[in-house]
Design a protein around this ligand. Structure first.
Ligand code: SF4
Length: 277
């Protein structure tokens, strides 16, 4: 269930944030932290597999409570302020408000997304850190002779998302994401708990078993703030250059990197073999 099926909004109603005042942010500079990636012991992998199995029938709240008890204060939550992320933030506010929450602020987010940070803060008192790459959008595009999202979106995502999360992971033991298994082929195999080799952290996905209907039912039941773009034909929202409204009946992620082969930014893609994605 979407917020309500509505026709795609004209692009003019959407506000690229790059033209507007920036939200409070923290700029991540290369070299300010070591970016070594941890490796898990066999005992840890066995524990994670057992806990993941046990939590398959748990509620998201029970999963979050387990994660907070097991990993706080070394637990972080990454949010792009999607509908699922907003649901988890509402749960965190009740269960583990001390959790460190951050957003990968690429410099290309919609103003509506940045505004949502303030609405979440007002309602729940959760202040989401906005982690930015070292180079501003202007500096980055000057370095590459123009917007890299047009010519090499994988590198753009790597530079402006993956590297920032890798640096944010330093000093943490676990991170939480809001992915659902039914969102993409890559996410179908996501465990509730597993070792994330890419970032050297335990990854916890409390909503892995939820459906889109579950998410929106909770949003409406609790009046959880959500991105108004969802009511304008944008079921999945990322950076504005790589996000389009979708037509009714289209896949929810059809508007992400539309027209290209890319379907994921790389944060949640499966890695072959081993213990995790
Ligand atoms: S989603 Fe697009 S603009 Fe955002 S980091 Fe990836 S390629 Fe760049």
């Amino acid at each position: 269930m979407s917020a309500q099926p509505l026709p795609a909004a004209p692009r003019s109603t959407v506000t690229p944030a790059a033209t507007l005042p920036a939200a409070p942010s923290l700029r991540i500079a290369p070299g300010t932290a070591s970016t070594s990636v941890a490796t898990p012991s066999p005992e840890l992998l066995a524990e994670l597999a057992a806990e993941s199995q046990r939590l398959e029938t748990a509620t998201p709240e029970e999963i979050i409570a387990w994660a907070a008890k097991r990993y706080s204060p070394d637990l972080a939550m990454a949010t792009a302020f999607g509908a699922e992320g907003c649901v988890i933030l509402a749960m965190l506010a009740r269960i583990a408000p001390e959790t460190y929450v951050f957003n990968l602020d690429t410099g290309y987010q919609f103003q509506q997304t940045l505004d949502l940070r303030e609405r979440i803060k007002d309602k729940y008192g959760l202040a989401v850190d906005m982690l930015q790459p070292e180079l501003s959008v202007i500096e980055y595009e000057a370095l590459h002779g123009g917007p890299l999202y047009r010519t090499n979106p994988d590198q753009c995502c790597n530079d402006r998302k993956i590297k920032i999360l890798t640096q944010a992971a330093q000093g943490k033991r676990a991170w939480m994401s809001a992915i659902r298994r039914d969102q993409t082929a890559d996410r179908k195999a996501a465990s509730i708990v597993h070792w994330d080799k890419k970032f050297g952290l335990v990854k916890i996905s409390p909503l892995a078993n939820w459906t889109k209907k579950d998410v929106w039912k909770r949003i409406f039941a609790e009046d959880i703030p959500y991105n108004p773009l969802h009511d304008q034909g944008y079921p999945s929202i990322g950076c504005w250059p790589c996000t389009q409204a979708v037509a009714e009946g289209e896949d929810d992620r059809a508007g992400r990197w539309a027209g290209g082969a890319k379907t994921e930014c790389g944060l949640h893609t499966l890695e072959s073999g081993g213990s995790g994605i």
